[in-house]
Design a protein around this ligand. Structure first.
Ligand code: A3P
Length: 305
């Protein structure tokens, strides 16, 4: 039963993701040059994939129109680690990827394969206002009719109740985010911590930040040539959504390519959730964050009322 949620290693996952997660923990051997894009689902992973791939490979594709993102869905350009290891059971070292290998993962920091935590590889984490994340995930599951204990066939109120208990793919969200946040605070060379809302606010600033973090900062010459603008335009919601490759077809046979590009906005939760629901979640979040840095998760609740 694919949609059944189980608790493993302190976090919630659908049973069908348990085996890929165990394979990842067991087999994946990180290289120092690897780049791992970590996120809670529906927090901007697809966008981060497009940005990081374009930054890291900008010298390979001399002009922007050679970038494979124009003809390949970002989910395939940067594969999900769990899913790939599961598919590559016979050949789990994944050595055939070109350098730097870029993978995404939703696994919480403390449950990552040891080699990711122990090697010199870099991790970029992106988080998002959990209320927007919750709505994005719900819409995604409904759109793709994915069997999922926490969404189908539940009403919004019931689904929200589970969300408040932390029952979501790789939830609770507060543990997930704090796990990466705490490593970032101790070792900012290892983890770059980004927020979806900040990327929306000033993409050029964060493009440069990602490039610096990866040890390949943009040169003055590149900036004068407008390389940062070209990358941010290529990876923009409007551009990616409207590319032919992202309008049709399926990712892994069940998720519509187009469903990874829904609205791409900040604050869409206000169209679905009541102020009382938001207040309830805000209180939970605050109690979970007690004793840690308060701005670990963007809590932009107030602007809506
Ligand atoms: P919405 O459902 O709120 O529109 P993930 O990639 O982690 O699955 O997250 C998907 C969310 O990121 C969706 O949010 C999607 O629309 C949004 N998104 C995808 N590409 C984006 C981009 N280039 N810029 C901004 N948001 C993007």
């Amino acid at each position: 039963n694919g949609g059944k949620f189980v608790k493993y290693d302190g976090f919630w996952i659908p049973l069908e993701i348990l085996r890929p997660t165990l394979s990842t923990q067991k087999y994946f051997k990180a290289k120092d040059s690897d780049i791992i894009l970590a996120s809670f689902p529906k927090s901007g992973t697809t966008w981060l994939k497009a940005l990081t791939f374009s930054i890291a490979n900008r010298n390979i594709y001399a002009t922007i129109d050679q970038n494979p993102l124009l003809i390949t869905h970002p989910q395939e350009v940067v594969p999900c680690l769990e899913f790939n290891l599961y598919l590559n059971k016979e050949n789990p070292d994944l050595q055939h990827f070109s350098n730097p290998r870029i993978f995404s993962t939703h696994i919480p920091f403390k449950s990552l394969p040891d080699s990711i935590r122990e090697s010199e590889c870099k991790i970029i984490y992106v988080c998002r206002n959990p209320l927007d994340q919750f709505i994005s995930e719900r819409q995604f599951v409904l759109e793709n009719k994915i069997q999922n204990d926490t969404v189908l066939p539940l009403k919004l109120e019931e689904s929200f109740d589970m969300f408040c208990q932390g029952i979501q793919v790789t939830g609770p969200v507060w543990d997930h985010t704090l796990g990466y946040w705490n490593v970032y605070l101790k070792n900012p060379e290892k983890v770059l911590f980004l927020k979806y809302e900040d990327l929306k606010h000033d993409i050029t600033f964060y493009l440069k930040k990602i490039a610096e973090f990866l040890g390949c900062p943009f040169s003055l010459e590149e900036e004068n040539q407008g390389v940062t603008e070209q990358i941010s335009k290529l990876c923009s919601f409007e551009n990616l959504k409207n590319l032919d490759v992202n309008k049709t077809g399926y990712f892994t046979g069940v998720m519509k390519n187009s469903s990874f590009f829904r609205k791409g906005e900040v604050g869409d939760w206000t169209n679905y959730l009541t102020p009382a629901m938001a207040e309830r979640f805000k209180n939970i979040m605050e109690s979970k964050m007690e004793g840690s840095e308060k701005d670990a998760v963007p809590l932009e609740f107030d602007e809506a009322f």
